[in-house]
Write a protein that binds this ligand. Sequence first.
Ligand code: HPA
Length: 271
Amino acid sequence: MKNQLIEAVQKLKEKGITKPQIGIVLGTGLGNLIEEIDIQVEIEYKNIPHFPLSTVETHSGKLIYGDISGKKVLAMQGRFHYYEGYSMKQITFPVRVMKQSGIKYLLLSNAAGSMNPRIRKGSLMLIDDHINLLPDNPLRGSNLDEQGPRFPDMSEPYSPQLNEKLEKIADEENITLHKGVYAAVAGPNLETRAEYRYLRGMGADVVGMSTVPEVIVANHCGLPCAAISVVTDECDPDNLAKVNIEEIIETANKAQAKLTKLFVGLVKQRT
Ligand code: HPA
């Protein structure tokens, strides 16, 4: 893994990705932040050594490097999901590559279903904490001590400083930003009514199929991160509407302008 990391980082350097400051992972239907980047380098995942290949049609799978208001950002357009068949180590490899390339913090987005009746479809939720229900962990196996501790602390998985800034920007931009708990499940099926009830009962506000592996690795390697869920469906077990992926993507597409404003607002700030 150490050598794989070195090779991937080396490739990015060769392509001109020399000083990224901020990493961004864009979730399903949430790619339009790319339009805000003054792009200098674009690399398809398939051209980066040891990067897994994206298989989901909605994810175009490239790394984009450029400027937002003078800040160098490295954005992943398309991420890797456990349900696609990748190992947790593959899913989180790009986070280690970005960290190793020099980013100072990581922003993540995802589409999620809401079990909290106050958090409606089309709104945004800042992830304050999470519950990991995925059946594997990216840190399982021998620990690379030079990257992080065997037993990383998870008392503050999402940076309070970044979260505070995002909440302030939301306030200034008049964007409602809920705050709550994200539960990560394996998917790819959506949940049953009984499962939504169970998730709500255990303290989750929203549920999705990503983000948590990346956040675990970010915490492992001491990389501050913040994540926002775009609520694409309402998961009231007593009134559960059938959802389809097209609808989820359409809702994400409609809500993403707000998400972009928050992330761009944060990137622009002096850190
Ligand atoms: N469940 C799991 N993942 C999701 C959902 C959901 O309801 N909506 C969007 N991603």
